[in-house]
Design a protein around this ligand. Structure first.
Ligand code: 7TS
Length: 410
């Protein structure tokens, strides 16, 4: 039997309570998954179960509840390790999210190893979270931020990149998949060239972690970061993966409890990995529930989800292209299930309001990628992004609602 026939989208939808709600009297059509995915009952239940049955602080108390909470917290670390193919759970640091993970690396690694006139490379497609922390540390250290240019379709200029690499290049921080356009960057080649030049590479996996099979050891990236809330997990928890030998050389990001071995007023010795980077009481409940998000993905399998999402993307792109004046931005071969578009004479914000009135949730605006919008010469786009639970009927509802909205706007 073929995969498509075994993909039971209605059974998947039943696992997401929010999908049965109405918005403005209409069935919710949630197409803003690149901002945050919805949560299956298993994730919601994991939160409730933790608070109802074994809420305790971890790694500290010698009592049953603390032992259970510690075991569940550490089980989540092991699940993340497997999810991205790291070699050890010690290389998995829990943070608040992608933003905090990038800030941690910029401050801790950059603060220690960057010197005046060193160069950091990012790309034209970055989310602000992978621009601002590097600008901050570059200003502090007198280092320089360089940007890989792209063509009008959003494809990076790899020739320009290879020419940019030089003896001063210390770090390359690149978005794996663009949040605004869905384009998958050629990160294997970016990493290979950076390493030939002795520069380290961080991959911003906020968008890739949910769609693509990730094996950090095969990719050979030095750091990989992502957010739990975009992979069907809760908000407030994210991940920093780093190669052990790099994390070992980096100083702690914050000081406090848990990250120490021994403290006196004269001197503190730091704890081992990963605890060195997890100062204070962490976000125990959300870390535990993150495992349920990963288990949800594993229960279907990323390749099956990807195939379903590709079918949705193809269907959406085909029908959107037929709308007069509509242009898909980043309409390239190698992308995930995100479709970003502009329509002649229509402001994305006006469109979003009309779509919301019809129960359809999409994202409009600059998508926290203002330099990308400037490069494209647009104020923003309308972005529909698809997840495991979306259906062909929802895409058709989007297309119908778009045509209806355009009649009112034009
Ligand atoms: N990097 C990328 C590529 C992202 O897509 C996002 C969030 C972040 C970093 C920041 O993640 P956070 O969890 O720390 O906030 N992207 C989006 C988006 O596209 N719409 O809303 C949030």
């Amino acid at each position: 039997m073929q995969r498509e026939t075994t993909y039971d989208v209605s059974a998947i939808r039943k696992q997401f309570p929010i999908l049965s709600r109405k918005v403005k009297g209409k069935n919710l059509v949630y197409l803003d998954n690149a901002a945050t995915s919805q949560k299956p009952s298993s994730v919601i239940d994991a939160l409730v179960h933790y608070y109802s049955h074994y809420n305790a602080n971890i790694h500290r108390g010698l009592h049953t509840l603390a032992d259970e909470a510690t075991a569940a917290y550490e089980a989540s670390r092991v699940a993340v390790k497997t999810f991205i193919g790291a070699s050890s759970p010690d290389e998995i640091i829990f943070t608040k999210g992608t933003t905090e993970s990038i800030n941690l690396v910029a401050k801790s690694w950059g603060g220690t190893f960057l010197e005046k006139d060193d160069e950091i490379i990012i790309s034209s497609l970055e989310h602000h979270a992978n621009i601002v922390p590097w600008q901050m540390i570059a200003a502090e250290k007198g280092a320089k931020l360089r940007v890989i240019p792209m063509d009008d379709n959003g494809l990076l200029d790899m020739d320009a990149y290879s020419k940019m690499l030089n003896a001063k290049t210390k770090f390359v921080s690149i978005v794996h998949v663009s949040n605004a356009l869905g384009i998958i960057n050629p990160v294997e080649e970016i990493i290979r060239l950076a390493h030939m030049n002795n520069a380290l590479v961080l991959l911003d996996g906020a968008q890739s972690s949910v769609h693509l099979d990730i094996d950090v050891q095969t990719l050979d990236c030095d750091f990989y970061v992502f957010s739990g809330h975009k992979i069907y997990g809760p908000t407030g928890v994210g991940v920093l993966y780093g190669k052990r030998h790099l994390l070992e050389k980096m100083p702690p990001y914050q000081g406090g409890g848990e990250m120490i071995k021994e403290v006196s007023f004269e001197k503190t010795t730091y704890n081992e990995l990963p605890f060195k980077f997890e100062a204070g009481t962490p976000n125990i409940a959300d870390v535990i529930a993150l495992k349920a998000g990963i288990d949800f993905i594993d229960s279907i399998g990323k390749p099956s989800i990807r195939k379903h999402e590709e079918m949705l993307l193809e269907h959406a792109s085909m029908h959107l292209r037929k709308i007069p004046g509509l242009k898909i931005i980043g309409d390239v071969e190698n992308k995930v299930s995100v479709v970003s578009f502009v329509i002649d004479g229509v402001h994305p914000q006006d469109l979003a309001i009309l779509l919301d009135n019809q129960g359809i949730a999409v994202r409009t605006g600059h998508h926290c990628a203002q330099p990308l919008m400037q490069r494209l010469g647009i104020v923003g786009t309308t972005r529909a992004s698809f997840a495991a639970y979306n259906t062909i009927e929802e895409i058709d509802a989007l297309v119908l609602a778009l045509n209806k909205s355009l009649k009112m706007l034009l």
